[in-house]
Design a protein around this ligand. Sequence first.
Ligand SMILES: C[S@@+](CC[C@H](N)C(=O)[O-])C[C@H]1O[C@@H](n2cnc3c(N)ncnc32)[C@H](O)[C@@H]1O
Length: 359
Amino acid sequence: MTKVNEDLFNTQKSEKFVSKLIDIINFGALNLMISIGYRTELFDVMSEIDPAGSETIAQKAGLNERYVREWLGSMVTGGIVDYDPVEKHYHLPPEHAAWLTRAATPDNIAVTTQWFSVLASVEDKILDCFKNGGGLSYSEYNRFHEVMADESRQTVIVPLIDQLLPLAGDIIEKLKSGINVLDLGCGSGLALVEMAKIFPNSNFTGYDLSQDAVKTGTDNARELGLRNIVLKAMDISKIEDREQYDFITTFDAVHDQAKPDVVLKNIYNALKPDGTYFMQDIAGSSFVEKNMDHPIGSFLYTISCLHCMSVSLCQDGKGLGAMWGKELAVDMLKDAGFTNIELKELPHDPMNYYYIVRK
Ligand SMILES: C[S@@+](CC[C@H](N)C(=O)[O-])C[C@H]1O[C@@H](n2cnc3c(N)ncnc32)[C@H](O)[C@@H]1O
């Protein structure tokens, strides 16, 4: 045990810290239960009914009453659901439902709570990485692509046309007239499918390592009858396209690359001389001391350590991590050959920076 110099030990500081730790335990528990509330659709059900008993709520949600009642106990003691002990009625106030239901998209914060069970699914293997180095592959994470697509629906798809694309100047006009677009690390291709629907004169190509994610996107595009989109399973550090695309996008897909420097160079080579590269990547500084006021700094370093950095290290990669930061990002874009780099931010989006990049 560490020897404590009692003269220097600040009891008040220590007591304040232990109550913070107790808050963390309660908040961690609530995070898991909010994720369950999202996946079972309990929040959606509760937002649509009057205050009700656990039996009614369970019956409307098609769930087991005993589990629902225990979940409600956690929600009530956590201040998320209101409780009337006389009537034994539970109520999700509209002010809370505004951040927890599918109807609240893109403000449904319950979606993001799912990450912790995704990350916890690899805790034992990550412990091994702490001891021996190396990393884990995407396929080792339970539900990664499903949760990523859920998150993208909120952070990319909803704001794509009205907020994200206008950051890149007159790109909407060009998309309307007809251009070639490439999205790298496209996952299940949600952003491309959305653009392909809206801009029938443009052609859309997407590459991602994951065969499963590419299949999900391809099936989705086929169901919608889209003929202007192709998704391929491909390692983007190996593409050899030359000056083919007017608009290249990466959504949250550079920092976790094994070879981000090679990928950025490939993007430079694939872009036409007057083309635009749109890079959405995690907001933050490359210096931890400059992230002290980041509203979700701990969350981002955690997801980085347990996922983004690890999937890169697994391939003997650079392991930049999600918090590679704007300073390093700009240096790497310059090293790839780009000379014109603008960093933009959107109000109410503490998660991302938007780099508008030209040759
Ligand atoms: C954080 S996810 C983002 C997915 C998608 N852009 C979105 O916003 O939903 C990063 C994606 O990059 C893909 N990826 C990682 N390394 C890759 C590589 N070398 N070649 C192609 N795709 C890669 C992963 O499979 C994953 O789908």
